[in-house]
Design a protein around this ligand. Structure first.
Ligand code: TPP
Length: 328
């Protein structure tokens, strides 16, 4: 078990809190009916993104999912660029053309969130194959959900990754739901067993324990950098918010889980839990955590202001950016 230094521990805490506060702002704006488009919030899962990404370099690659704000921020993506992107502004990280489900920043190794469930598998595998050929020493991390694990491409990508010893870590965030369906209704067996069947080194961790995720990732990334082939991490966590904001309206009174279950998982909140651990063990004082809170609040407010002060996306750019200037 690799344990973070006090400085690393505080950085893990701060990164999780940044993700949480950014999304609380998005949630409030969605509830106020002012946010354009749908957002799939990551609240409750922050330990997965922070624990994994804070083991990585800017040059390492990640692929993400439709629930991608946490991965983007954890990997060092710019909060202002993300907020403006979600609001469809010209200053967004993708010039407002991608929106919430497509935040990307190649300069930070973020190959993009993805509206296609399972869309990251082949992109990540290709990136890792590129690293194998060019010997650039990069690791690629492929984040995906338990629902995505049922896409056939997952098997194809694990197969070639194992066969060719690609420098890739598959990270399954098992949050127990695929939209409004419980995982056990659509997923047979243990997802980690699928990786074991391909001879892939596999770890199962508590995805709400940021140090457990961080430590598992340290081992996995070290293995892939040594050329020992792919690794797999299954992190058990829970989606506290709905599948998407406006879920209530969409379900029109229907429900797929009980309030008691949500509350039981709230009690295992990765951020509260880590804050308590840091203060109880003397790694941080309550005052230090408050300072972090204030700093994060400032960052979120600045991102929000930046986004609101920015011009809307330039629609004329669609053809240049999406079709390399070729108008259909
Ligand atoms: C190929 C494809 N099929 C279906 C959908 C609709 N869809 C969006 S999110 C989602 C559930 C994905 O579940 P999971 O992979 O567990 O991720 P989570 O939402 O739990 O983070 C589905 C079915 C889609 N976007 N893409």
């Amino acid at each position: 078990m690799t344990t973070p230094s006090p400085q690393q521990a505080l950085a893990l805490y701060e990164r999780m809190l940044l993700i949480r506060r950014m999304e609380e702002k998005l949630s409030a704006d969605a509830a106020a009916g002012i946010l354009p488009g749908a957002v799939h919030l990551y609240i409750g899962q922050e330990a997965c993104a922070a624990g994994v990404c804070m083991q990585l370099k800017d040059t390492d690659w990640i692929t993400s999912t439709h629930r991608g704000h946490g991965h983007f921020l954890a990997k060092g993506g710019d909060p202002k660029g993300m907020m403006a992107e979600i609001w469809g502004k010209a200053t967004g990280i993708c010039k407002g053309m991608g929106g919430s489900m497509h935040v990307a920043d190649v300069s930070k190794g973020i190959l993009g969130a993805n509206g296609i469930v399972g869309g990251g598998f082949a992109i990540a595998t290709g990136a890792a194959f590129g690293s194998l050929l060019s010997k650039d020493g990069r690791a690629t991390i492929c984040f995906f959900g338990d629902g995505a694990a049922n896409q056939g491409v997952f098997m194809e990508c694990m197969n070639v990754s194992s066969l060719w010893k690609l420098p890739i870590v598959f990270v399954c965030e098992h949050n127990h739901f695929c939209e409004f369906t419980r995982a056990e209704q659509v997923t047979s067996g243990k997802i980690s067993d699928r990786a074991r069947a391909f001879g892939i080194h596999t770890q199962e961790v508590d995805g709400n324990d940021v140090e457990a995720v961080w430590s598992a990732t340290a081992e996995a990334v070290a293995r892939v950098r040594r050329g020992e082939g792919p690794c797999f991490i299954e992190a058990e966590t829970y989606r506290i918010k709905g599948h998407m904001e406006f879920e209530k309206e969409l379900l029109a009174g229907g429900k797929y889980r009980e309030l008691e279950e949500i509350e039981a998982w709230r009690a295992k909140d990765p951020i509260d839990r880590y804050g308590k651990k840091l203060t109880a063990s003397g790694v941080a004082t309550a005052a230090q955590l408050s300072e972090i809170d204030a700093r994060v609040a400032k960052t979120v407010a600045e991102a929000d202001k930046f986004s609101h002060d920015s011009a809307p996306a330039n629609e004329d750019l669609v053809f240049d950016l999406m079709f390399a200037g070729q108008r259909p």
